[in-house]
Write a protein that binds this ligand. Structure first.
Ligand code: AMP
Length: 437
């Protein structure tokens, strides 16, 4: 063990900056969100895929793009100490999903609709809505070339947001066309920016030849006018690309989903073609992008697979939860149905059996447990029972147990009077409670 690791032994350790613990009761909001996601994915017949969090660095260099911010500055990369392999924590999931699809020949019998949820890692400056470990939900439709799947992808996100009760989310779309069209536009774009070289900031000057499309994405206010007048990719698209884009727009409109075309939407990653889109809010300050995606027909080949059309998106779940909160939705924290008050440790063997029977009947039970060897005074036990949010306390007193009975004390309004019930009908009584399972 290195000197440095041992020397800090007695210090209090904290989480890595920009990486958050998700604690109860907040974690219940995450579970609720994940349940909604699974349900909506089921409605659209998307199936779950789980790929590793660590992948070869080369996958992202090739798949995400060498001259993207992600690969240039944001990846957590390291050498595997055992075999020297260069590895990275995944900054996004699309390259991993495509790698898995190629490796397991997933599209051999037709297209596949997939979704994933999990942590991604980017070394960014932490701020509200921007973290170094964040959770992404994403969907990928592999092996489908038609505009109907581009539309389906956006309809799915729209449906999910409606299910989550989100309001005021706009959809921006654009088309990046085919590689040859992008190439013609790229040449025009470089020529245009070269003419105005002195107006470019140093970042843009550096990017001019490696990734000029990204200059259009600039947040620099002094470059906005320049970027506004730059050649637009839409003007370089051929008939087939325009037709694809028109179909996507028509299908969205047919479902009464509103969109606007943002000709400057290029997305940060190299692999997109044809449709690109973003779902945005103005209610989260600077981090208003909730979901972004598009078609990436060239990525399979780039990663050594057979040409396979595909389309996908990724969504930041922290931002979605922040927007839900911002818009005033609250969710009650989960609570057990009953809290077991145990006045005397002698009663434990009998009590624990009854509690197990209740759980087997689908009743959620929180058993009193103390920090020390004492069971705790009745007063402190009732305080905890109340704080648990349970509707009833079951009191397992020795006298009642001796007569095969337990006292049921309502803790909330409308719970009726305190009664003593025989253990033989306690499960029947409990089954009248609205169960948690
Ligand atoms: P991207 O892969 O960059 O298109 O990101 C897709 C979505 O993930 C974005 O629209 C955000 O909602 C979310 N996202 C990206 N980076 C971060 C981050 N550092 N922290 C939190 N969410 C993020």
């Amino acid at each position: 063990m290195s000197e440095k690791l041992v020397a800090t032994k007695s210090e209090k350790l904290t989480a890595v900056k920009g990486m958050n613990d998700i604690l109860p009761p907040d974690s219940a909001r995450w579970e609720w969100l994940e349940d909604q996601v699974r349900s909506v994915m089921g409605l659209y017949a998307y199936r779950n895929i789980r790929t590793p969090i660590v992948e070869p660095t080369a996958l992202f260099v090739r798949g995400t793009g060498e001259s993207t911010d992600i690969v240039e500055k944001e990846m957590y990369s390291f050498e595997d100490k055992l075999n020297g392999e260069q590895l990275s924590l995944r900054p996004e999931s699309t390259p991993g999903v495509v790698r898995a699809a190629i490796e397991h020949n997933l599209t051999y019998d037709g297209g596949k609709r997939l979704y994933y949820m999990g942590p991604m890692f980017r070394h960014e400056r932490p701020q509200r809505g921007r973290y170094r470990q964040f959770y992404q939900l994403g969907a990928e439709a592999l092996g489908f070339a038609g505009p109907e799947v581009d539309a389906e992808m956006m309809l799915l996100v729209h449906h999910l947001f409606a299910r989550l009760g989100l309001r005021n989310v706009r959809i921006e779309i654009n088309s990046l066309g085919r590689p040859a069209e992008r190439q013609a536009h790229r040449v025009a774009l470089i020529a245009y920016f070269e003419q105005h070289f002195e107006l470019l900031d140093t970042e843009a000057q550096r990017r001019l030849h490696s990734n000029p499309l990204r200059i259009l994405d600039t947040k620099n206010p002094t470059m906005q006018a320049l970027v506004q007048d730059a050649p637009q990719l839409l003007n370089y698209l051929g008939d087939a690309s325009l037709q694809h884009f028109d179909s996507v727009k028509r299908l969205l409109s047919a479902c009464a989903v509103k969109w606007t075309v943002n000709p400057r939407l290029v997305r940060g990653l190299d692999y997109y073609s044809h449709t690109v889109f973003e779902f945005l809010t103005d209610e989260l300050g600077a981090q208003g992008a909730l979901c972004g995606g598009g078609r990436y027909d060239g990525l399979f080949e780039l990663l050594g697979g057979k040409p396979t059309p595909a389309v996908g998106w990724g969504m930041g779940l922290e931002r979605v939860l922040e927007l839900i909160q911002e818009q005033g939705q609250t969710r009650t924290a989960p609570a057990p149905d009953v809290y077991a008050v145990i006045p005397d440790a002698d009663a434990l063997p009998m009590t624990i059996q009854v509690l197990n029977a209740l759980r087997a009947a689908g009743i959620s039970v929180q058993m009193h447990a103390s920090l020390d060897q004492n069971t705790g005074s009745m007063k402190s036990q009732f305080k905890k029972a109340d704080a648990s949010g349970a509707r009833y306390a079951l009191i397992f007193g020795n006298d009642e147990l001796a007569q095969n009975a337990v006292t049921v004390k309502p803790l909330r309004d409308g719970g009726g009077a305190q009664v003593t019930r025989s253990l033989t009908d306690i499960a029947a009584w409990a089954s009248t409670l609205q169960s948690h399972t």
